[in-house]
Design a protein around this ligand. Structure first.
Ligand SMILES: Nc1ncnc2c1ncn2[C@@H]1O[C@H](COP(=O)(O)OP(=O)(O)O)[C@@H](O)[C@H]1O
Ligand SMILES: [Mg+2]
Length: 372
């Protein structure tokens, strides 16, 4: 594609401004540049005007990083929309409450995760205050197993949440790529997440949306629970639904008490974590049904599958802990995270002892020492 030199003088692309490859006074009058040169390097525009003809773009209502076609010249422009001093640079994924972007914090010059909540999520002023209060408490939780919330704001009429950027994927991704996880992996993840949930519970928070997609990895071992405090936004929204049988949550992991209109507490998060770990180690959730009906799910959750009937290789201490976590009656689950952590730790120790025995019995002279 050919462009006049003087068009580059008006070009606000960072490549031209800083490298001055095309804007130098002795640069040739015509240069060969493709549109992709600008788009691939994410040299984005600060104002919604077409970078070819300068015409104003109809940017109303567009999400960030959307390509908008210029009505004047037909050029496709990558639209940048900043949220205060946060500049989205890449879409990380979309979930039930909105879209998550990798974004640049232009004040602190670092990358963060920016979650842009859907426009229909809360718009009433008194609710906003309540939601901000919940997010403020969540932001005060500072623990190695909790995704840190940095900031919360509203711009372009949309709530956004700025979080620590975690870039080794989620448990959901891992389950998709690896299939069933090992018992060791599952117990390690369970212990870490229970520690994170305990830290938040000490501040009075329950999560309400523990599920594989909300468990993120910092590296191969370290796991963090994300989206703390954000469930309040979604539950807020579900109160606007007409039928009381429409319940917010992810069916395989949501606790039966929410489905059965019973009060929720810390044990509801323990259920969701148990269902998550069950799914990870067995390859199937304890309730395998496609229904979205709260009444049917409430009924199904009264009879969860037996872990050892799906995955007979799982040791009985691990199976016992996970089965207790997903007991239909909250009274049968561990009442506090300290109890749960003691049970998970004991299951892990039993697994290590069993592994050590198995390993030593493979040694040819092990029988000589066993009875001493
Ligand atoms: N803090 C974060 N850092 C990096 N990626 C994240 C972060 N939070 C969420 N994501 C990713 O963004 C995508 C959408 O997340 P989210 O909107 O929370 O979806 P869901 O509702 O399924 O939890 C997911 O793929 C998730 O892994
Ligand atoms: Mg999430």
């Amino acid at each position: 594609m050919l462009f006049w030199h003087d068009q580059f003088e008006r070009c606000r692309c960072l490549a031209c401004r800083f490298q001055r490859r095309h804007c130098h006074p002795f640069a040739p009058k015509f240069v060969n540049v493709t549109v992709d040169f600008h788009v691939d390097q994410r040299k984005l525009f600060m104002t919604p005007t077409c970078w070819i003809c300068g015409a104003a773009l109809d940017a109303g209502g567009y999400e960030p990083l959307v390509r908008v076609v210029c009505r004047n010249c037909g050029q496709r422009n990558l639209l940048q929309r900043t949220f205060d001093h946060f500049v989205p640079v890449e879409t990380l994924g979309a979930g039930g409450m909105g879209t998550v972007y990798k974004a640049r914090d232009t004040q602190l010059e670092r990358f963060v995760a920016l979650k842009l909540l859907r426009k229909d999520v809360s718009s009433e002023a008194d609710h906003d205050a309540q939601l901000q209060q919940e997010a403020r408490i969540a932001a005060s939780v500072n623990h190695p197993n909790v995704v840190q919330i940095f900031s919360l704001g509203m711009d372009h009429g949309q709530f956004y949440v700025v979080m620590e950027l975690i870039d080794h994927g989620s448990l959901d991704d891992l389950m998709e790529s690896q299939g069933r996880l090992t018992e060791h992996q599952v117990l390690d993840i369970g212990i870490q997440i229970a520690r994170g949930l305990r830290a938040a519970h000490r501040k009075g928070l329950i999560h309400r949306d523990v599920k594989p997609a909300n468990i993120l990895f910092v590296d191969e071992q370290a796991a963090k629970i994300g989206d703390f405090g954000l469930a309040a936004f979604a539950t807020q929204q579900s109160q606007h639904t007409e039928s009381d049988r429409v319940v917010w949550g992810t069916p395989p992991y949501v606790a039966p008490e929410r489905l059965c209109n019973q009060p929720e507490d810390v044990r509801s998060d323990i259920y969701s974590l148990g269902a998550t770990l069950f799914h990870a180690v067995a390859g199937k959730p304890p309730i395998d049904s496609n229904t979205n009906s709260a009444t049917e799910l409430c009924e199904l959750k009264q009879h969860p599958a037996e872990l050892r009937s799906i995955a007979p290789d799982v040791s009985s201490p691990t199976a016992r802990v996970l089965q207790r976590m997903i007991a239909p009656d909250p009274k049968q689950r561990a009442p506090f995270y300290d109890d749960l952590l003691a049970e998970l730790d004991a299951a892990r120790r039993a697994l290590e002892i069993a592994d050590a025995r198995r390993h030593s019995s493979r040694w040819p002279f092990s029988g000589l020492f066993r009875h001493h």
